[in-house]
Design a protein around this ligand. Sequence first.
Ligand code: LLP
Length: 415
Amino acid sequence: MEAFNYRDGELFAEGVALSALAQRFGTPTYVYSRAHIEGQYRAYADALAGMPHLVCFAVKANSNIGVLNVLARLGAGFDIVSSGELERVLAAGGEPSRIVFSGVGKSRDDMRRALEVGVHCFNVESSVELERLQKVAAELGLKAPVSLRVNPDVDAGTHPYISTGLKENKFGIDIEQAEAVYARAAELPNLEVIGVDCHIGSQLTTLEPFLDALDRLLLLVDKLAARGITIKHLDLGGGLGVQYRDEQPPLAGDYIAAVRKRLQGRDLSLVFEPGRFIVANAGVLLTQVEYLKHTEHKDFAIVDAAMNDLIRPALYQAWMDVSPVQPRAGEARHYDLVGPICETGDFLAKDRQLVLEDGDLLAVRSAGAYGFVMSSNYNTRGRAAEVLVDGEQAYEVRRRETVQELYAGESLLPA
Ligand code: LLP
């Protein structure tokens, strides 16, 4: 489902004109579509119908509790990487028994809190973490459900910063060593081995790496069974790509059908951890042109959003589409879209053909994933507002930060 469409010459989010949202909430503002989020979640859940499964939304992609609540209402699970994310999921009405806890650096406090609330599974990333989890669970007199995150050594063919399944990455346990670590886990009295997981990278646009990883995991499951260690669920992580420009990522339904085919005759349930797929194209970053600066070499559109609001272009050279909210006739120029921050890396897009006047509104597309969540207060800029659109209604699910809030926790030296 396309959430953002032109109607009567202007860009809408579902049934609401973006210009009306800019007027009501100001800019920069993230705008999300409830219908798009729900449709993307259902693409996974529907393809898994008829078999035991969990679709655990990767909270790191968009952790606004309004967004999490939309998913919780559909019965989604959640993939978290900190006790902070855990509290968000609980505040949003998420079910603890549908949470998987990923991440290479879980603290003792993280573990304690997750054990207390009763998460579905800890995705353990190293043998040292396994020993720590045993200790913490023993102190609480509880049993921790575990899966080992295995590093299957496959090349996801994606940007190096978001590729995680290669031997040289910090993530997971080398698949060669996994059997031994499972044997150790099975010995520890306060752990219960329930699954195996992997996550090989993000923004994958072909199925082969996923299926290669799956085949390697299934070999491991068989070897473990031969040792008497039963794996109940297989968690393939997230990573399914979306269209930012002209990528043609596989359909979720095709991906899941291919996985199900390989699982035939096995008694395994499936877990997925999609993040980007669910929310990327459910969001735009709405921004306003402050100045048009024409130099001898370049035309700059200086907008009121910056790298602190959306860091993906600066950090990953990510290409994000830019659409005028109310397109105007005239002669197009090639603009670099830049923010007010004092860094050359502060750009949102380069060399875009646009017809602009100052005061115009622009929508940076596909900004629903890894947008607001990666924003900062650099240059003492308050973070943007977030608005969730549902049909004809718009709800401010996070208000804009004020400057006073930014230094509220700071203090002067004594006089
Ligand atoms: N599971 C685990 C263990 C992960 O590390 C990640 C993402 C996901 C699931 C969700 O992956 P997704 O379905 O969203 O691809 N900031 C980067 C992306 C970093 C992804 C980190 N891990 C970006 O803006 O492209």
